[in-house]
Design a protein around this ligand. Sequence first.
Ligand SMILES: [Zn+2]
Ligand SMILES: [Zn+2]
Length: 252
Amino acid sequence: MKLRILGCAGGEFPDFRPSAFLIDDSLLLDAGTIGSVLSEEEQWAIKYIFITHSHLDHIRDIPLLADNIVIKRLKNNIKIAGIKESLEAISAHLLNNVIWPDFSRIPSPESPIVTYWPIEPEKEVQIDGYSITAIRVSHSVPAVGYLVRKDGRAILYTGDTGPTDRIWKWAEGLSALIVEVSFPNGMEEMALLTRHLTSALLAKELKKLKELPPRILVTHPKPQYYDRIAAELRELGIAQIELLKDGAVYEF
Ligand SMILES: [Zn+2]
Ligand SMILES: [Zn+2]
C-alpha cells in the first residue's frame, strides 16, 4: 500500500494542513486536505473517503471536492464511509443546502456525486481488494479509527482519540500505526478534556499493545507546539516513533 500524507496537523498554518491520508491514490482516510495539494487528475481518482468523525478538520474538503467534480461535468461517484453519527452530521450540517449544496442529490438523486455508506464498528467491509474495519475510539464526538488491510499488509489509523482501549485489540501484525498526539505534555489537562493525547499519554497507550508495530507514525500535533511535541516524542526513546510531516509518502 502506498500511503501519502496530504495533511497531518491538528490545525492549519502554511505547511501544516488538517488530516487526510491517501492510500493508493483512490482511498482517502479523512478529508481535511484535498484540493490544496491534489491536482485535478489526482482528485478525480478518489473513490472512497472513510471519515473517522464529524469534526471540521476531518471533513472540510468534501464539499469543495464535490463541487470540483460537478463543475467538470464528471460522472464520478464518491462513497463517503463512516459510522452513522458522522454521516448524519455531514448530511445535516455540511451538505445541507445551507452551508453547501446537498451533493447526495446532485446532479440527480439517481446518480449523485456523493453517496453515504454507513458502516458498523468492528464489521469488516471489502472494497477493491481492501479489508477495512472501523473501531470505536474515545473522542468528544462519536469517532472511530480504521484498520486497513491489503495483501498481508495492515495500517491502523486511530483518528482523534484520548486514552482508549478497544482499538488496541486490533493492533496485532501491523505494518504501521498512525496515532495522534495533539498536545505537549504540559497541556495534559486540555488533552484529556478534549479527548486527545500527549506524548506521555501515548506512551501509556502503547503499553496496552501486545507488540509495538514496526512503524509508529504520529499525527495531529497542534502546529504551535510541533517542536515541543517532536522533542517529547524523542524523549520517549521508542525507536519506531516518527512525527509525520505533510507531503510524506510511504510504501508498506
Ligand atoms: Zn476531533
Ligand atoms: Zn482533529
